[in-house]
Design a protein around this ligand. Sequence first.
Ligand code: G3I
Length: 307
Amino acid sequence: ASTLGAAAAEKGRYFGAAVAANHLGESQYATVLDREFNSVTPENEMKWDTIEASRGSFNFGPADQIVNHAQGRGMKIRGHTLVWHSQLPGWVSNLQTATDVRNAMNSHINGVMAHYRGKIHSWDVVNEAFQDGSSGARRSSVFQQRIGNSFIEEAFRTARAADPAAKLCYNDYNIDDANAAKTRAVYNMVQDFKSRGVPIDCVGLQSHFNSQSPVPGNYQQNIAQFAALGVDVQITELDIEGSGTAQANSYRSVVNACLAVSRCTGITVWGIPDHYSWRASGTPLLFDRNYNKKPAYDAVLAALGGS
Ligand code: G3I
């Protein structure tokens, strides 16, 4: 196979990209997206502040653009994200009681998932609910402060009922190292959910890497330890700061780690050309600003068995 998506498919995986609706009209962008990728994740368009900026009033326009583009081309769609402390409209952050936050959270999940029912392969139901550092504690958020620890399982139960066919993922960054405190905390939560029958199907390893946080040596072991809990693992927001051979080697190691674990079902890179990356000044992606394939692209394609 000569493209990322086709090569991944031959390995039983998908290969996706984060997509921004406002770039879809750019012909080079759309050409590379349609040629190389068989899965998309809306980069911002499904976030709460876009979809439900005011209570009970849903704006699906920007996300629908991406969903329609992907559906028309047979691509999978990852939903990102239902419950997150960031990109949250003020009306949610200002809710005062547990009942109010619970009602808002469940209505949001129900409203969004009903609109996209049957179209979304996997949903990031809860995103980034744990703190960085050594505590393993939950991050402070209006959900955590008002509802407490149970907000996560409540979100997953609501999501399962709203679209029983979608895979339900917990998604986070800095959970790539098998032994990090944050990883252990998420691992323990998933283990607890599985033991109590809380509906969870997948863990998303965002995998934003740079020189301060390179691809861990135990990354494959980490994927395997989550998979052993009985969930799929998806690499959901991959980008690796750097260039040339070093960057290519890092990308290769990520792809090889995923391919080595049968329950690692797909990889999504967090953007297409470098200049649209959230890392404004960086070059963390597979295509340069002229949409040329970088050495990292060649390494990924080869690791997937393509050429
Ligand atoms: O759309 C507005 C535009 O109208 C306004 O003029 C402009 C001025 O600031 O802002 C635009 O919104 C920006 C939006 O991206 C769309 O470009 C926001 O300011 C900016 O904060 C937002 O950044 C996004 C970021 O999440 C927000 O936290 C990035 O694009 C997106 O790549 C990034 O993605 C996150 C994942 O969702 C979760 N994991 C980490 C990852 C990287 O930070």
